[in-house]
Design a binder for this molecule. Sequence first.
Ligand code: 16G
Length: 244
Amino acid sequence: MMINKNSPLPIYYQIEEHIKDLIDRKQLKPGDCLPSEREFAEQYQVSRMTIRQAITNLVNSGYVYRIKGKGTFVADQNVIELKLHGITSFTENIQALGMTPSSKIIEFRSSLADKNVATKLKINENESVYEIQRIRLANQIPMALETSFLSTNIVKNLSKETAAHSLYEYIQKTLGLSLKYSTQTIEASAANKKESELLGIKKGSPILLMERITFLSDDQPIEFTKSIYRGDRYKFVVKIDQDS
Ligand code: 16G
């Protein structure tokens, strides 16, 4: 692509528009990694500062996102419509939409339940729990950050490999437990620095904060999850019955 250095349009803007064009025409597809700043600078014969400005603007407009230490990727512009009736896992939801789910484990450990976690799981304070924090991705794009607490007495022998795959599949298929119902709250918030970095969004971006407790048929809580979902990616659908 030719950059017109005599144009009244700033060079970073011309580059920005060119990359947008490649994304809109699907020459760069969601999940694709962009060339590095250095490569771009060589390609366009401009400084790395100029490239950085163009990419920062693309990040801010949601066209691309950065993952620390990895690079810059083309964002999927799709918004996920998630039905809130029925207990479905992240893995199932993403697969049902024809996308590929994956997880990046930030934390996997057994710890002692603090007061809040103990109350939510109806166990004693300082009882042992699994604490799992995962970035949940769809087609390699970070969608949510989930922190789950599960009692080690009920969910036995949980491994990091299992957590990297599907927790609900393990609970239901391997342990043979059936999930009966969940209670869930949803509230609006803004991403802090750490959350924005993990999710590849701008600090202060809208997020949805969710807390879910899932119960077995004997009203025993099995999981307490605090989640952060990207506000630009999720839309929730609720079925409302006349007589409920
Ligand atoms: C959903 C649940 C989460 C659960 C996860 C299990 C919310 C809002 N929803 O995302 O509590 O831990 O599914 O998914 O938190 P997995 O079976 O794919 O691990």
